[in-house]
Design a protein around this ligand. Sequence first.
Ligand SMILES: [Zn+2]
Length: 304
Amino acid sequence: MIPSDDIGATQVLKWQDGKQAVFMLEFDDSAPSAITTAIPELSKRGMPGVFYINPGNPPFLALEKQWTSWSRDPCVILGNHTFSHVGAFSVPQLDDELARCNDAIRRLDPGCKWPRLVSFGQPGGVPWNVSPEEEAALLAKYRLVKRPPFWGCPFQTQSGEAVLALVDAALATGGMGHHDFHGVGGDWHSTPLEIFLALLDKLDANRDRLWITDPVSWHQYATEREGAVVQAAATGPDAIEVELLTAADPAFYDLPLTLATRVPTAWRACRVVQGRSETTVPVRDGAAMYSALPGGGKIRLRPA
Ligand SMILES: [Zn+2]
């Protein structure tokens, strides 16, 4: 906690909006049930999921129109699972597989900033004949961020209890939990529909404590936070100025961090200005919690 007498003292909170833990939902292979089941359920709840697509494969091509229209939904984040899920045979062939999948992702969401970080999920059950160094060089070339190792039905979790326990574990440790899917209620390596829905219900019930997000945002937040330095620029009874800097490259690490600043006891609410962004936030327990962009210029706080 921030010392109560230290007006202007500022802390970068561990997770966005001061949430206790992180949870991520990931879906592989552009399985048809992503379109028929998973995406509509996520969209209904306003909950994000990452879809690791294979845009060269029949399941994707058969539903390309639906993928195109759903990819505009803020709940649908696309990840690179290679163009055709055949594996890696050589550096040039993997280069081509990654490039073509990224091109499809860019085409599916033309409004999205580019270049940007994209999550990478290595396809399983296929040969992978490139060295870790060769793979790392290609991932860096295409700004791909490797996701945490696959964890899901029917490989690591076989029951509803095991799936729901992942949420409890994330909350207990204050860290990151995730569940990875192929089919939902059908298709291959399927997660039964009732388990999927029970997981969404549990996540929904814990939204005040969980940051439900995607692997790129999680990676950006943690990277920016680790390299973050907060400097108190000026402190007075009617204004506080702080500056947030980070070692991360601002071209790719542009996710706002959540800060908490100790403010004078007389302040009931706080006006926060950084660049063109202006918000009013409540003061709770003597501190104002707000989001700010690292390297985005001075942050000015005033009583509101
Ligand atoms: Zn796969």
